[in-house]
Design a protein around this ligand. Structure first.
Ligand code: HEC
Ligand code: HEC
Length: 277
């Protein structure tokens, strides 16, 4: 009895010790701590917002929310970038304490990590009816879990994959945000005039010299041979309506964001890990 109890106690310890060798270092306690994140937000507004803009939307410096989507930094790399700056660029080093640098790191993490990881204010139920209703009309272009149109990107995992600030900026972009155009890559709006006079408007996918696919506003896929095309106009702006900043009230936008932040599907690899435990 005594022996088996001792075994039960040591076994998990042994397993954990083995696990630690391969695992990445423990996250700093500031990461995901709401108090540290709030303190980091203050520091950000004092020292960083002048270049990176409120909410990381960019200005003199790059849009951090978008930049860190394509180029993920680990916590310690983010810490180092904040402390040392980026040599050879306008990004200056800082002389903040370790503690404050971790608070800033925690804030940038929350700002650029998946929305489903943060506490988002607002009423998701009200947001859901806005999403599917006529006033916002999001479902007319974006599907969630198989419902809605396939024309725009599927939003079933938008909260699980994108930061809150990214989603907000997609709906109400900062004026003259140059990085917005990069988000369009591969999702350009096109107007195709066919030789038979037919006009197809939508999003171009898999465009090559010989053919292209266009998903029109009803979500229907058109396979078009370039030999049949009379004229092809590529829009240099988004097909997303650009008037949501006036069409929606601040409360409506908040509720919509609360709904979208909850849209999260755990990636298959996560589930597989769970299963093998
Ligand atoms: C004087 C303008 C300026 C200030 C102030 C500034 N930055 Fe930057 N920051 C930049 C520029 C420019 C870059 C892009 C550097 C490059 O080209 O890689 C950058 C890049 C970054 C990056 C991305 C680094 C990478 O490797 O991708 C992070 C994170 C960042 N800044 C955070 C901060 C934080 C936090 C603060 C406040 C302590 C801050 N910045 C203050 C101009 C600034
Ligand atoms: C007329 C069609 C249309 C409507 C209506 C529309 N969108 Fe979009 N949306 C798009 C298209 C097309 C894109 C692809 C990128 C772009 O054009 O900016 C997009 C991009 C997005 C993105 C970025 C997705 C990503 O993974 O990068 C989000 C988030 C988004 N829309 C949310 C919404 C919400 C919320 C609404 C309702 C308030 C809405 N959209 C209404 C067409 C639409």
């Amino acid at each position: 009895m005594r022996i088996s109890a001792a075994l039960l106690l040591t076994l998990p310890v042994l397993l954990r010790a083995q696990h630690d060798q391969s695992a990445t270092p423990k996250p700093n306690p500031a990461i995901k701590d709401p108090v540290a994140i709030a303190a980091g937000a203050k520091l950000y507004n004092q020292s960083c917002g002048g270049c990176h803009g409120p909410d990381g939307v960019g200005g003199r410096g790059p849009n951090l929310v978008r930049q860190l989507q394509s180029h993920q930094l680990k916590d310690d790399e983010l810490f180092a970038a904040i402390r040392n700056g980026v040599p050879g660029t306008d990004m200056p080093p800082t002389s903040l304490s370790d503690d404050d640098t971790w608070k800033l790191t925690a804030y940038i993490r929350a700002l650029t990590g998946p929305a489903s990881d943060s506490r988002v204010p607002g009423d998701p139920v009200a947001g859901e009816s806005l999403y599917w209703g006529e006033k916002a009309g999001c479902g007319g272009c974006h599907a969630i879990l198989g419902k809605g149109s396939r024309m725009g990107p599927d939003l079933s995992n938008i909260g699980g994959s994108r930061p809150l600030a990214y989603i907000r900026q997609a709906i109400v972009p900062a004026k003259n945000d140059p990085s917005r155009n990069f988000a369009l890559y591969g999702k350009e709006g096109v107007t195709v005039t066919l030789k038979n006079g037919k006009i197809v408007k939508g999003i171009a996918r898999n465009r090559s010299n010989y053919s292209l696919q266009v998903v029109d506003t009803k979500g229907e896929l058109h396979l078009i041979q370039m030999a049949d095309v009379k004229a092809l106009a590529v829009l240099n702006h988004s097909l997303m309506p650009e008037d949501y900043d006036t069409r929606l009230t601040a409360t409506e936008l908040r509720d919509l964001l609360a709904y979208l932040a909850k849209q999260s599907i755990r990636p298959a690899s996560d589930n597989a890990k769970e299963d093998s435990k």
